[in-house]
Unconditional design. Structure first.
Length: 371
């Protein structure tokens, strides 16, 4: 790691890289005086993200979590509904589900993709669910509607989208992709986030590109995109001077200052992706030479390698790696504590999560900055 980064100083897990028009665009925004959620850079950022990902519509929000919350609301998730997701994810995925008054249901992940397993999803649906006369998928045990499924592209590795989409369509469940970590990743030559009815991105400070904070809702549906923009702008009815709001909305729109930073970062995204893929190649080659296994992009995908990950032999080796590296000012981290292990989710239904727990015991994220 020190050889690759060429330093004996502290090496962070991931840091942003500002080497383009960031300062210029921020100064342009300040000079314009449009620094809040109305401004030219917000519109430009939405257009350019849509173009980059190949989606029809993009709606900018203040965070990936707010984007997911809004997407789930648009997917029809209501109080007392259930939403299928994976336990190996960041807590924001589950938080967004809870904001809707719904409960997560946890299925297992795939060891190769690190994301939601189609086999575990199929087993859950076949064993515990049924389509009733109202057309909805019902959980026979909890007697609740399963409204959506949220797979997460863990560390930028795409999940098996075709299989998951087919299952969701069969059971009339809305697919909402949590693509927060996978900007620049491709599944069968298509960018992640374009398969589901909705998807969300994150531009937090630790992501492959950043706005400081920010998110994006992606969809192919013009009316739903307009609804997303309306909801995230406090549901304000357009008018020259009057303040009228026609439903409960949210103050979720991305400020122009953040969007300016995003536009500048997006100009450099291809460079960031190439740099991170080259870093991953070097890690993997070193791993082959030294008997260290790294997570590798699944077949028919191209990952952005947002965070590289060692797969240790067991929990003891994982902890030894964490101790050694952090003691020497090289930041490494384990995976998140799986969501089903948190007290806040003790009420959630779970499938056999053997792969989830196996990976949690072994994954170590290593420094993965683009430059």
């Amino acid at each position: 790691m020190r050889d690759m980064y060429g330093t004996h100083d502290f090496i962070p897990l991931h840091k942003p890289c500002f080497m383009g028009n960031e300062k210029k665009y921020l100064l342009d925004t300040i000079d314009s005086t449009f620094v809040s959620s109305v401004g030219a850079f917000v519109d430009e950022f939405e257009r350019k993200i849509a173009d980059y990902t190949g989606i029809d519509y993009a709606v900018a929000t203040v965070s990936g979590t707010s984007a997911l919350h809004t997407a789930l609301l648009l997917a029809g998730v209501e109080q007392e509904d259930e939403v299928i997701s994976q336990s190996l994810t960041f807590v924001a995925t589950c938080n967004a589900i809870r904001y809707c008054g719904a409960s997560p249901v946890f299925v297992d992940v795939d060891k190769r993709t690190l994301g939601l397993s189609p086999d575990s999803l199929a087993e859950f649906l076949e064993t515990h669910c049924e389509i009733r006369n109202d057309g909805f998928c019902w959980n026979k045990g909890s007697k609740k509607i399963i409204r959506a499924c949220v797979p997460m592209h863990t560390f930028g590795f795409p999940v098996h989208l075709d299989e998951i989409k087919k299952l969701c369509d069969t059971y009339n469940i809305t697919l909402v992709e949590d693509a927060a970590e996978s900007l620049g990743s491709y599944y069968k030559k298509q960018h992640t986030g374009v398969t589901g009815s909705f998807s969300v991105l994150s531009f937090n400070g630790n992501k492959i590109m950043t706005c400081g904070g920010g998110g994006m809702i992606l969809t192919k549906d013009k009316e739903l995109a307009a609804k997303a923009k309306h909801l995230t702008t406090t549901a304000k009815v357009p008018h020259k001077w009057a303040f009228e709001h026609d439903e409960v909305g949210y103050n979720y729109r991305l400020p122009n200052l953040n969007a300016a930073l995003g536009v500048a970062q997006l100009e450099q995204l291809p460079v960031f992706v190439r740099s991170k893929r080259e870093l991953a190649r070097q890690y993997q080659e070193w791993g082959v030479q030294h008997g260290v296994i790294f997570a590798v992009e699944p077949h028919e995908t191209e990952a952005n390698y947002w965070l590289n990950a060692i797969i240790a032999k067991d929990q003891k080796e994982r902890d030894a790696i964490l101790e050694l590296t952090n003691a020497n000012n090289v930041m490494t981290r384990p995976a998140w504590i799986p969501m089903h292990m948190l007290a806040i989710n003790k009420d959630c239904q779970t499938m056999d999560l053997g792969n989830t727990e196996w990976l949690y015991d072994r994954l170590v994220n290593v420094p993965s900055s683009a430059t």
